[in-house]
Structures are given as C-alpha cells and as structure tokens.
Design a protein around this ligand. Structure first.
Ligand SMILES: Cc1cc2nc3c(=O)[nH]c(=O)nc-3n(C[C@H](O)[C@H](O)[C@H](O)COP(=O)(O)O)c2cc1C
Length: 362
C-alpha cells in the first residue's frame, strides 16, 4: 500500500473515530464516568490515526507550507478533456476511494454492532422481578447513548421541613479511639439493648457517621453515585436525653433534627416491622429512605440499584460508628413498606423507606 492509500485509509477511519470520540465524551460527561475506557482508547486510536494521516500527507503539507503546491484543478480539467481513457473512474466502476470508504464504514458498523447490546425488557419464563430489573438495568452501549436524554429534572439535594421545630445537635465528636479493624472485628447485630437512654452526643455521632457532611461542597460520610445523595435519614427517638420522643428528619447541612411528629412510636415500628419487638426496645431507630429522582434524572434505570447500594454503605457506617461508641446496631430489611412509609409521611413512590437501623447501648 502506497503513501496515498495509507493517507486515504487514515482519513476514512478518522471520520468514525472522531465521531465516536465526541459521542463517548458526551456520555462520560452525562454519566459522570471517570476513566471511561471507550473514550480513552478511542482517543489513543484517533491520535494514532492523526499521526499516520500527517505522515502520509507529509510531502503535500511541506509543499503547501513552502508555497510549492501544484494547481491540481487546472491539471484535472486538462486531463478530463484529453479523451475517454482519462475519464473519471466512476464511469468504469467503483473507485478505490469508494472501496476504502466502504471498508471503513463497514468496520465501524461491525464495531458498533459488537458494542451495542440492547436489553430485552420482556420477562423470561421463571424470571423473578429482581432478576428482570437487574437485566433491564444492565445497559448496552445503545442504552448508554440513551443516557444523553434526560429523565426529568434534577431535584434539590436536600429536603426541608419549613416551619418544623428544630433541634441543633452538638458537634460530631468521635468516641474514644477504636481502630477500624477493631470495629469491624467486634461488629455484631445487636437486638438486646442495655436499659439506659442514648446521650445526644451519641446520636450526633451516629448521624454524622450516617449522612453527615464531612467535606467541602457538602460531601458526606458515605459515598454517593455522582454525589447526588438520594438517602434521607429519619430518627424515631424513644429515649434520647434532651430530645422529646418523636419522629425527626435529619438535616445534614445544619446537623439538626426537624420534628416530623411528636409521640412514642415504638409500637407502630413493631407492627410495621413484622412484629420484631426489639424495634420498640431500642432507644433510637434510624430509618433510611431514598428520594429516587435524585439519582433517576442522571442514572435512569440504574437509579434504584444505586439507592440500595447507598443505603448499604450508610448502614455499615452506622454499624461501625455504633461499635466504636460502645453501642450496637441491627439492620432491618423486613417490614411492611406501606405502614412504615405512612408512619414517616412518605408517599412510597417518589420517596420510600429502604432500611431500619435500631441502635442502643450494649
Ligand atoms: C439487608 C439486611 C436485612 C436484614 N434484615 C434483618 C431483619 O429484618 N431482622 C433482623 O433481626 N436482622 C436483620 N438483618 C441482620 C442479619 O440477620 C445479620 O446481619 C446476620 O444474621 C449476621 O449477623 P451479624 O450482623 O451479627 O454478623 C439484616 C441484615 C441485612 C444486611
């Protein structure tokens, strides 16, 4: 293959490569993908093609910039008038340029077909809804392109209860040192609590470890996809020193509690929690709920996966924070959704409870 053919091939391949580069750049921006491999490797390929292209056209480039270009237009006019043997190649059949272009587009189509994996959302025989959801939320490349289309608007990243009574918690203070290794090793689910109320400082520590703000720009204690923070923390307080029994919403920005309703709700928790009695014995029960649109506008079908994963991260933070403070926690996933959502005044669709975490002294 001569210099001219190499130049043509590189020109042809540069077209899909740069188009792919632009599309993958948009996807990585839309989905907040760091180190997006398709974009990275297309970038390398496009760079290589540019180098080949420049090498192949080097004499023309030098001639152009040194002013020694030939007037090709005039030459072509002259040759086309010379007779049928110099007529344009398309009259005789397919030109070499067309073959190379077709090969380039064919290769691009093959690569695209290999990358695109459309998800079939029909339910397979014997498939449960979890498996169906998992499959339907496993994007192919085509779905990633669809991510460029928004799914509704981005809601506020914090929830407010205007007019609610507020209790500002004491600053988060770490309890006497316990290594992460020690907390992980000693952690056990605790369902039997010592008979003393929780101190406000202990509640402050637990909430700070759950969804508390720990970094600039509102970054929090637990990781969150795209820093969208879909999880809201509610506190069902039965016996916390200095805090009237009731249901509260935790406002991370002010490290404060906003009262949702007053009263003792241990019995309601037991009913909602399928009769698990320790829910009424714990001095405090944290409820993690998700506002799905905070993830959905960006991650579409994968939003629900991320909400569950994030609740898990926060739950483990609470477990380890409790352990470090001489307390114990227990994740509770078995509950009647409607009863629990009603108790917290959540609609169960836009925002729904995902997990209960009772905490109490050992
Ligand atoms: C997602 C999830 C849901 C759970 N739901 C309940 C529950 O409804 N009731 C309960 O008593 N324990 C529940 N647990 C706690 C497990 O029973 C406990 O983690 C397990 O027995 C292992 O014991 P360990 O945590 O002490 O290591 C749950 C744990 C997880 C992770």
């Amino acid at each position: 293959m001569g210099r001219r053919e190499i130049g043509l091939v590189s020109s042809t391949l540069l077209l899909p490569a740069t188009a792919f580069l632009a599309v993958t750049a948009l996807i990585s921006d839309a989905l907040d993908l760091n180190e997006f491999v398709f974009h990275k490797y297309t970038g390398y390929a496009a760079t290589l093609l540019v180098l080949v292209h420049v090498c192949a056209h080097w004499p023309s480039l030098v001639a152009f910039w040194t002013g020694r270009t030939r007037h090709r237009a005039g030459t072509e006019t002259a040759t086309s008038q010379a007779g049928p043997e110099t007529a344009p190649s398309w009259r005789h059949g397919v030109s070499r340029r067309a073959v190379l272009a077709a090969a380039g587009f064919g290769a691009t189509g093959f690569a695209a077909g290999w990358l695109v994996r459309p998800s079939d959302v029909g339910r397979l025989p014997g498939e449960d809804f979890g498996a169906l959801y998992h499959r339907a939320s496993s994007p192919g490349f085509a779905d990633a392109l669809g991510a460029l289309v928004g799914w509704g608007v981005q809601p506020a990243r914090t929830k407010d209860y205007p007019g609610a009574a507020r209790i500002v918690l004491p600053p988060v203070a770490a309890p006497p040192e316990l290594s992460v290794a020690g907390a992980i090793e000693r952690r056990r689910s605790l369902r039997d609590y010592a008979d003393r109320p929780l101190a406000t400082a202990e509640l402050s520590w637990l909430l700070g470890a759950a969804t508390g703000i720990t970094g600039p720009g509102g970054l929090r204690a637990a990781p969150s996809a795209g820093a969208q923070y879909p999880i809201e923390t509610y506190v069902v307080a039965s016996r916390v020193e200095g805090i009237e029994p009731g249901i509260y919403h935790y406002a991370p920005a002010d490290h404060a509690l906003e009262r949702v309703r007053s009263g003792t709700f241990g019995g309601d928790l037991v009913i909602a929690g399928l009769g698990q009695e320790f829910l009424a014995q714990a001095p405090v029960v944290l409820v993690l709920a998700a506002i799905f649109q905070r993830l959905r506008w960006r991650y579409r079908e994968r939003a629900y996966r991320y909400a569950l994963l994030e609740a898990g991260h926060i739950g483990q933070n609470v477990y380890l924070a409790a352990e470090a403070a001489g307390l114990g926690a227990c994740a509770v996933g078995a509950f009647f959704d409607d009863a629990l959502n009603r108790l917290l005044d959540l609609d169960g669709a836009e925002e729904a409870a995902l997990m209960l975490v009772p905490v109490g002294p050992r």
